[in-house]
Unconditional design. Structure first.
Length: 490
């Protein structure tokens, strides 16, 4: 168990300065002049001013020196002060927004009413402006903050949208965020995906039994599937498997997973590996859920086995919490409800599908606030009494999974551990029911739910994902109707 972080975490993004070079040139010119001006002002104050104001030329020179020095400081300030600073409670604007915001540079997220994507000119079809509409403290007026998206790099623009959707969930987007045509480059989004646990069942089961192979990942530009797929970037590589960023014939972004059976494997083990590959790929390709990354295709080429997955542009929950700190109850329960919906769908398949590695690393938060499950490298069909393979992170694994006997309830344990992480910013203690610190004002409200999700005995744990979903919905309803306080993050 852990206390909530007492310091309000914040992060910042830097506004591009279209006049950066001009400012640098001005600063280089003004620096020696302002230095001379400062020296003259000091000389004037010490030597000339005590003699009176009769020397008109000296007085004008002093005023000119003062203005010159002030100009240098103003340009320097504008050049340096170009950061948006975000915390869970407020947004701080760069200094250049001082006039546009009426002199107010700090705004609370709760006062953000609307986010409007617009074009600065009528002929521009794709939005190039982001308008934040804040309500004034008296509630009678609104203040529009115009942000030119061209002044932000794409990764920073994404951070801004994440901050809005997570810290101001009631703010209205116009048009809806999923209809906005602003494009985020592939490289920015792909590098945010977390593939630490991408190794699939067949690789895990056989990698320890054979000597290392001379496995070489595909080169950038390689073609697959009759030249219909192009490899753009190697994202991760280990053992005899790799993950790539790629594109199809239509130019759509995709993820390609590659696995290679070691050359010295026996024919029997090769056959079993191939069976595992096809079983997993066929099973996952049949899944159709908006919160699960789709398996688009699977094939074998040159004895290499490939899965083609839908590209999801988002930030994994581990990195999200690392950057922004422990989350408020309203957000955690909102995300937990979406995760529970995913588990209901998986566990209702025939046979039920156990994910077995449901962790903050494998759950992505999209810019529209939707949670998406991205990694099925450790997923498996729950078939009768088949022996399971211990896959996953121990902090999120119940005792039966560590013993190699995972059941659908094992995913419920992982969901409880993930909620604990979102509340505290820390991984749960392995093999221990998760509970937030008793000093927290919501401990009595949340701990019974967390304890039942992470109970070590199956008899004490929620039996079905549907029960968990109903419990979360009840918690969200009670949180709103009874006006229960929020976690103290400051």
């Amino acid at each position: 168990m852990s206390n909530f972080d007492k310091d309000e975490k914040s992060f910042n993004i830097v506004l591009k300065n279209p006049f950066a070079r001009q400012y640098d040139a001005i600063l280089k010119i003004l620096l020696p002049l302002s230095s001379l001006a400062l020296c003259y002002l000091l000389y004037y104050l010490v030597k000339i001013l005590p003699l009176g104001l009769s020397n008109f030329f000296a007085l004008k020179a002093a005023w000119f020196s003062f203005i010159l020095l002030l100009s240098y400081l103003a340009v320097l300030y504008l050049q340096l002060k170009r950061r948006f600073v975000f915390s869970q409670e407020r947004l701080s604007l760069p200094a250049i927004y001082c006039l546009a915001s009426g002199g107010r540079l700090s705004w609370e997220w709760k006062d953000l009413k609307r986010v409007v994507f617009s074009a600065s000119q009528e002929l521009i079809e794709i939005p190039d402006q982001l308008v934040l509409v804040f309500s004034e403290p008296n509630g009678l007026k609104e203040k529009n903050i115009y942000i030119d998206v061209r002044d932000l790099d794409h990764n920073d623009l994404k951070k801004l949208i994440y901050s809005i959707t997570s810290s101001a969930p009631d703010a209205e987007f116009s048009p809806p965020i999923d209809q906005v045509a602003i494009k985020i480059p592939t490289s920015s989004g792909l590098k945010q995906l977390n593939f630490n646990d991408f190794t699939s069942l067949w690789d895990h089961e056989f990698s320890e039994r054979f000597a290392p192979t001379l496995y070489v990942p595909l080169a950038v530009g390689s073609k697959l599937r009759n030249d219909s797929l192009t490899i753009l970037e190697l994202l991760a590589c280990g053992g005899s498997a790799a993950i790539y960023a790629g594109k199809d014939l239509l130019g759509e972004q995709i993820i390609v997973k590659e696995a290679v059976i070691p050359l010295n494997a026996t024919p029997e083990l090769k056959e079993k590996a191939l069976e595992l590959f096809h079983r997993e790929a066929l099973l996952l390709s049949k899944l159709n859920h908006p919160k699960i990354a789709k398996v688009l295709d699977h094939f074998v080429e040159n004895d290499h086995h490939y899965e083609v997955l839908e590209f999801i542009d988002g930030l994994d929950l581990r990195r999200f919490v690392k950057e922004r700190g422990p989350q408020r109850a309203e957000f955690v329960l909102q995300w937990a409800e979406q995760i529970a919906e995913i588990l209901v769908y998986l566990h209702e398949q025939e046979p039920p599908i156990i994910h077995r590695d449901l962790t903050p690393d494998n759950l992505l938060l999209r810019v529209d606030g939707r949670i998406v499950l991205i990694d099925f490298g450790a997923a498996n069909a729950f078939v009768g009494t088949a022996t399971g393979t211990m896959i996953g992170k121990q902090s999120y694994m119940p005792p039966e999974q560590i013993r190699g006997k995972a059941v659908p309830q094992s995913d419920i344990y992982a969901l409880g551990g993930t909620c604990y992480f979102l509340f505290t910013g820390n991984d749960p203690t392995p093999l221990e029911p998760s509970q937030i610190n008793q000093e927290h004002e919501l401990a009595a409200f949340l701990n019974p739910f967390l304890a039942r999700c992470t109970a070590l005995n199956l008899e004490d744990r929620y039996t079905l994902a549907g029960e968990v979903l109903q419990a979360i919905r009840s918690l969200r309803l009670n949180l709103k109707s009874e006006a229960i306080g929020e976690p103290e993050l400051n």
